[in-house]
Every structure is written in structure tokens, then in C-alpha cells.
Design a protein around this ligand. Structure first.
Ligand code: COA
Length: 179
């Protein structure tokens, strides 16, 4: 099992975050490219750290391998944005990070009963990570995700229940419930 360490992002690290996000291509995120200046502006506005959002670096072998931003933390169902640098993918970093954030949110926020994540249908790696971490597919949104060329792709939504996390079970969705 790969050994990662999660460290809270500090506002003084905005430049490093801007370098990290603008230094990679993110094919499953909107336009794919992140504008460095946008990251700095958002950081200054508190987008990464505020009452409802917390951001963490993912360190692998003492180097920054990724980041995760938890948001909507004041809601019943928080969401997250997870990004692992291309050089570090496929080694279990994403899986460990989602296990960590699940435990973190359910431990830190006793009122939260579920955590949700959405991705593009063809993001096979993220879907594998979701399933491995006890998340269950709950939603499929046809043409719900415009890609960088404006082509409408399908989106899929997964969630994990606190109850399942506590008991190590996976509650299935009752999809076939049409009257
Ligand atoms: C999605 C992401 C976070 C996964 O992180 P990761 O560290 O690569 O994840 P893991 O190594 O824990 O697991 C990924 C699994 O998906 C598999 N996988 C990767 N690409 C795949 C593909 N194209 N098709 C099928 N499986 C794939 C990997 O082989 C691995 O499974 P394995 O352990 O059986 O080999 C990372 O790829 C990433 O940051 N991608 C770009 C940003 C992104 O899409 N974020 C999610 C947005 S919601």
C-alpha cells in the first residue's frame, strides 16, 4: 500500500498551488487547463479555505503528488475535488486519498451523513477509486458534463454513507422502483 500524507493547505502556499494546478493538464475538468492567475485570485478570495471548504496537499515520498479540496462542508452532503499529478497516478494515491478524506469528514463533522463525488462517465480511474472506497453510483446525468470542446458527455455521481463507512457495508441503491 502506498504511503501518503495529507497536509492542510496554508494561504501562504498559494503560489505553490497555482504552480501545481497550472502545471498539469486535467482532462476531466472543464477546459482541462487551469489558469495560474485564476488560482491565485481564488486563493486570495478564500476559495480553498473558508467556513465551508478545506484544502489539503497530498504528499507522496515527501513530494507534492496531489491536492484535494473539500467543499460544501456546511451542508448535509459535502463534495470534493481530487487531483493527482500525472506522474503519480496508478499507484494507489487516489484510493488512499479518498479513504483518508472519507474518514476525515465523518470524524471531523459529526452531522454529515454522506459524502458525494461527481465525475465524467469516461473517467474510469476515478470511478474505480470511488467503488474501491465504498462509494456507490447513485446518479447518471445524460449530457450533463460539457467537455473542453463543448461536447456534452454524461456525468455520474457516487456517494458513501456514514452508516456504511462505520459498519463496513455497502447499501445498494434501489433503482428498480418504478411504480
Ligand atoms: C482520478 C485520479 C484521482 C485517480 O488517482 P490515482 O492515484 O491514479 O488512483 P489509484 O492509483 O488509486 O487507482 C486508479 C485505478 O484506476 C485504474 N485506471 C487508471 N486509468 C484507467 C483507465 N483509463 N481505464 C481503466 N482503469 C484505469 C488504475 O489502473 C487503478 O487501478 P489498479 O490499482 O487496479 O491498477 C487521478 O487519475 C487524477 O487525478 N486524474 C485527473 C483528475 C481527475 O480526474 N480527478 C477526479 C475528478 S472528479
Amino acid at each position: 500500500m502506498v504511503n501518503i500524507e495529507l497536509r492542510r493547505f496554508a494561504p501562504s502556499e498559494a503560489e505553490a498551488l497555482a504552480d501545481f494546478l497550472s502545471g498539469e493538464v486535467w482532462p476531466f475538468h472543464g477546459a482541462g487547463r487551469v489558469d495560474r492567475a485564476d488560482v491565485l485570485r481564488r486563493a486570495a478570495e478564500g476559495y480553498y479555505e473558508n467556513d465551508e471548504a478545506r484544502t489539503f496537499w497530498i504528499f507522496l515520498e515527501s513530494r507534492r503528488a496531489g491536492m484535494v479540496r473539500l467543499f460544501d462542508l456546511g451542508d448535509d452532503t459535502p463534495l470534493f475535488d481530487l487531483r493527482v499529478s500525472e506522474a503519480c497516478r496508478g499507484r494507489g494515491v487516489g484510493t488512499q486519498a479518498v479513504r483518508w478524506l472519507t474518514s476525515y469528514v465523518f470524524t471531523e463533522l459529526p452531522g454529515v451523513g454522506r459524502i458525494e463525488g461527481t465525475t465524467r462517465r469516461d473517467n474510469a480511474a476515478m470511478r474505480t477509486v470511488f467503488r474501491r472506497c465504498g462509494f456507490v453510483k447513485e446518479g447518471h446525468f445524460r449530457q450533463g458534463w460539457p467537455d473542453a470542446d463543448g461536447v456534452l458527455r454524461d456525468a455520474v455521481a457516487y456517494a458513501v454513507l456514514r452508516r456504511d463507512w462505520e459498519t463496513g457495508t455497502v447499501t445498494p441503491v434501489e433503482f428498480d422502483d418504478e411504480p
